[in-house]
Design a protein around this ligand. Structure first.
Ligand code: LRH
Ligand code: MN
Length: 429
């Protein structure tokens, strides 16, 4: 029996916090008005925003050194949708899920779509998987050990294309309109493979996939510098990804996973470049300290995340541009839903801060070569406590003022652990 979180339940639990919220909101409304900012425009833009939840991050993540499942994890794709519906009830900003095949491999796509419709969850980009051997994707005699679309063996490449096309077919049945292709393809040893031949094989494969896209669909290519390959990766950086998207076709764009950049990379500039040439397709939001750590959004580099969102608002002429926003995280220690609540809250707050940037004053500082002034303009926005307008946006979406506290007070995890069992473990990373 699925556990649902109803808007009335949230309202009743948060009734005592409503007066304080109104006071904080009124005070912020005045402060913003003094800066020429209409709080209503910020509230409605935050209300409008939604970020897809990853189906592979509703269980406990782990590393090669260990995994500490907590029980009560979703055992089926339906139960993952239940958890995303609970998340969305609290944030008002996670109306879609991004599935990963074959970690999600529904027997009856129509039934799954009907189930999702019932609970108000849609399907964002589908993710294929040619980085693990799996009977349903490789079958016998084929392995992705030495790559997939880049593999020297045409049978392996053929199999990888078949899998991607099958993922598109499933997505069509579910109402999705995008395929994300992240390839682990690369090498561990100098000389192991020819860089150019590998790249050309991948480019050819992506062109074939692009040309097989149903109408309205788009192809997202996701770059990553290393892991699991530790000497070279075919689609290692934004430059390689842009070349692959441009050679694949008009409906191919680049997906930027924030954790897929070498230390000190200027990710906000990467975003600006891809947006400038019309090839920015979407994001996997997370944060990192060292490698592809898949930590909570904005938990390590909040100012960098703010600068990235400022580039998006700039590109969107004062609003978030219509690209695909998704979270891609792995929860080794935190409750998966709590981590996704915090990630979504951080994204909502950062959007509100970016909307406070006085872009005319910033331009003035830039044109006058006055870096101190330009920086002050950014700091003014970044140092603004926007939580009241974000809470109000959630409240108007029928969601929670304080989603994490309310999630705990509702006792959702305990309820689903009773329903699913202590040993229930989810598919995914
Ligand atoms: C690769 C990646 C990719 C997914 C996987 C779950 O590191 O970011 O987006 O396929 O994580
Ligand atoms: Mn990713």
């Amino acid at each position: 029996m699925a556990v649902r979180i109803a808007p009335e339940q949230i309202r009743d639990l948060e009734a005592s916090a409503s007066a304080a919220h109104e006071r904080d909101l009124d005070a912020l409304r005045v402060r913003l008005a003094n800066r020429g900012v209409d709080a209503e425009s910020v509230i409605s833009e935050v209300q409008r925003f939604s970020v897809a939840a990853p189906s592979w991050a509703l269980g406990t993540g782990g590393t090669r050194f260990g995994r500490f499942p907590r029980g009560g994890e979703p055992r089926t794709t339906e139960e993952k949708l239940d958890d995303i519906a609970a998340l969305h009830a609290l944030t008002g900003a996670n109306a879609t899920v991004s599935l990963h095949v074959p970690w999600d491999d529904p027997d009856d796509p129509d039934a799954l779509r009907a189930y999702a419709d019932d609970i108000g969850i849609g399907f964002d980009a589908m993710n294929s998987n040619t980085f693990q051997d799996n009977p349903s994707t490789t079958g016998s005699g084929v392995s992705y050990k030495f790559g997939s679309l880049a593999h020297s063996d045409p049978d392996v490449r053929k199999r990888a294309l078949e899998h991607n096309r099958a993922v598109i077919d499933l997505g069509v049945e579910l109402g999705s309109t995008a395929l994300t292709v992240w390839l682990a393809d690369g090498t561990n040893h100098p000389g192991q493979a020819n860089f150019r031949r590998q790249f050309e094989r991948v480019a050819e494969g992506l062109r074939e996939l692009h040309d097989a896209l149903p109408p309205e669909w788009e192809l997202l290519v996701e770059h990553k510098p290393y892991e699991p390959a530790f000497y070279s990766t075919v689609n290692a950086d934004w430059g390689s990804s842009l070349l692959l998207a441009q050679s694949a076709g008009d409906r191919a764009r680049c997906l930027v996973d924030l954790g897929h950049h070498l230390p000190n990379a200027n990710i906000e500039q990467v975003v600006s470049r891809l947006a400038m040439v019309g090839r920015l397709g979407g994001f996997h939001f997370n944060d990192s300290k060292y490698g592809d750590d898949d930590l909570t959004v904005g938990s390590i580099h909040p100012y960098q995340f703010f600068l990235i969102v400022c580039e998006l608002v700039e590109h969107g002429r004062g609003a978030m541009p219509p690209v695909r926003y998704m979270i891609d995280a792995s929860h080794n220690l935190k409750d998966p839903i709590e981590d996704l609540v915090q990630a979504t809250d951080q994204i909502q707050c950062t959007i509100a801060q970016a909307l406070l940037v006085d872009r005319a004053a910033l331009r003035e500082g830039q044109d006058a070569n006055d870096p101190a002034l330009a920086e002050e303009v950014l700091h003014d926005a970044f140092r603004s406590d926007v939580r009241p307008v974000v809470a109000e946006a959630r409240r108007r979406n029928g969601a929670a003022l304080a989603p994490l506290t309310t999630f705990r007070r509702i006792g959702y995890r305990a309820a689903v652990t009773t329903a699913r069992g202590d040993d229930a473990v989810s598919t995914g990373l």
